[in-house]
Design a protein around this ligand. Structure first.
Ligand code: NAD
Length: 499
């Protein structure tokens, strides 16, 4: 594909804005620059907010059913064109085509959920809370809301946000990741084709500077963020200080506990997909296998040949299981963390440093890596690696596994593999983690449940998508009504005691 430019989407059209700065877009599989991204300025954001503010007023008055019909049309366009979107993900993110199609499929489920908005927005009604007095509640849109999204799911994570925000009657401004921005404009174009009025969905490209402008902008009522923990914390603090409603989902270090009674083959298959799928660049990736008791030796022995045999290459390649990392810096960072682990005493059973894919020697690849004998003080354990590295921590019993997980600052996802129902039940009940799998390595909730971690994996009250998103993107209004014939006579200075 020839060199291309990715710009903003403002007032229903591609906009180059002030075009004050730009940044290269890489193909991670080749290491080559393939396009350029225009970086938005404060004036570009002002233009997006102005058009969104105007559009939000009319959109909020549009009946929920009419809004849903636009989402239904959009849903069918995304379904028809899922390969186009997936192809953009492979070229800019580097993930394999089947994985990219899976990302689009999980995104689509959120559009499907959002089409139910007339049902989801129904309030509650209580007749006769006192004589002649009725009470009800409604949920109304916030106005203009923004979403700031990470590189690892350039289609799905925005879809966690905008179908819900728009369905609720808001205008939505997306600030996608600067690393793989093309999906944002495809989605914008298709929303317009589906009949979405101009200004209801906008895209402003950029990096940290535009994020800070979003956080300070008085015309934006709420911010949804998904990304790394330090940035999530920054977004939450600064956004809240500017009076915005903020939900900020952060990073993770997800453990999978393998009990001695677990089915070894199932546990190994689960770890392979969960640790190395998408090159480990998933917030729900399992990055730590906690081998309990005598599970460890057999587990490591079964994993090692499979990790060494991973099919790694350009994402369109037939049968590929894993692509490159997102940037050269990310490749170097992952290799550094592997090195630090080895220097601190971990054993690199499979070492993916220096991995080269024939024909793609300059791609940002790291081979699958298996580190055994990892302890909780090593940087490969304390830091989120976000690469194809599985750390094996050996513990004597379940209590030690629980203590390890409890002490971790992250609490996004966790899994246990066991045949013992009681052990699983106690694990689910006691573990302080937001999403829990029993013999399920990646317990990502479906679109009709909500997604979110605990501790430093989420800042704010609301989880993403599902019913929690409907609450996040709306204000609750409580109404009480009575009519003149039932009004009590005379002023009432005290709370009424007999209704
Ligand atoms: P990131 O935090 O670097 O970037 C996320 C977004 O924030 C991007 O749009 C980026 O432009 C912007 N940004 C980056 N640095 C910033 C700064 N200093 N100030 C303001 N904005 C800034 O994250 P990433 O590398 O794109 O994505 C990977 C991270 O996202 C991992 O930590 C992963 O665990 C996390 N993630 C979490 C979830 C979840 O649901 N909890 C889902 C996906 C990814």
């Amino acid at each position: 594909m020839s060199h291309y430019e990715v710009a903003h989407w403002i007032n229903g059209a591609v906009s180059r804005g002030q075009a004050k700065g730009q940044q290269d877009i890489y193909n991670p599989a080749t290491g080559a620059v393939q396009g350029k991204l225009l970086l938005g300025s404060a004036a570009d954001l002002d233009a997006a907010v102005a058009s969104a503010t105007k559009a939000a007023k009319a959109w909020a008055q549009t009946p929920a059913l009419a809004r849903s019909r636009v989402l239904f049309k959009f849903l069918s366009l995304v379904q028809e064109r899922r390969e186009v979107l997936a192809d953009a993900l492979v070229r800019e993110h580097g993930k394999t085509l089947p994985d990219a199609l899976g990302e689009v499929a999980r995104g689509i489920e959120n559009i499907e959920f959002a089409t139910a908005m007339p049902q989801l927005l129904k309030g509650e009604y209580t007749e006769q809370v006192a004589r002649g007095l009725d009470a009800w509640s409604v949920r109304q849109p916030l106005g203009v809301v923004a979403g700031i999204t990470p590189f690892n799911f350039p289609a799905m994570v925005p879809m966690w946000m905008y179908p819900l925000a728009i369905g609720c009657g808001n205008a939505f401004i997306l600030k996608p990741s600067e690393r793989d921005p093309s999906a944002s404009l495809l989605m914008a174009q298709w929303l317009k084709e589906a009949g979405l009025p101009d200004g209801v969905f906008s895209v402003i490209q950029g990096d940290k500077d535009i994020v800070d402008a979003i956080l300070a902008h008085p015309g934006i009522a709420a911010v949804s963020f998904v990304g790394s923990t330090p940035v999530a914390e920054h977004i939450y603090k600064v956004g809240s200080a500017h009076g915005k409603r903020v939900q900020a989902l952060g990073g993770a270090k997800n453990h999978m506990v393998v009990m001695p009674d677990a089915d070894l083959e199932q546990a190994v298959d689960a770890l392979m997909g969960a640790a190395y799928g998408s090159a480990g660049e998933r917030c729900m990736a399992i990055s730590v296998a906690v081998a309990v008791g005598d599970a460890a030796d057999a587990l490591v022995a079964a994993l090692a040949p499979k990790v060494a045999a991973l099919k790694i290459g350009e994402g369109h390649g037939a049968g590929m299981e894993m692509g490159p990392l997102i940037t050269r810096a990310s490749q170097q960072r992952v290799e550094r963390l592997i090195g630090e682990g080895v220097a601190a005493g971990a054993k690199a059973v499979v070492d993916g440093r220096g991995y080269r894919v024939p024909g793609h020697e300059d791609g940002f690849f790291v081979g699958g890596t298996l580190l055994d004998g990892v302890s909780a003080d090593m940087s490969c354990y304390t830091e989120e690696i976000f690469g194809p590295v599985l750390c094996v921590v050996r513990v004597p019993d379940l209590a030690a596994a629980l203590a390890l997980i409890e002490a971790n600052e992250y609490a996004n996802g966790v899994a246990i593999f066991t045949r013992d129902g009681h052990v699983a039940r106690e694990f689910v009940h006691h573990i302080q983690v937001g999403m829990v799998g029993v013999n399920v390595p990646l317990p990502v909730p479906m679109a009709f449940n909500s997604f979110g971690g605990w501790k430093r994996s989420l800042f704010g009250d609301h989880h993403a998508y599902g019913p929690e998103a409907v609450r996040f993107y709306t204000k609750h209004k409580a109404v009480m009504q009575r009519w003149p014939d039932s009004l009590p006579k005379g002023p009432q200075f005290a709370f009424p005691q007999n209704n």
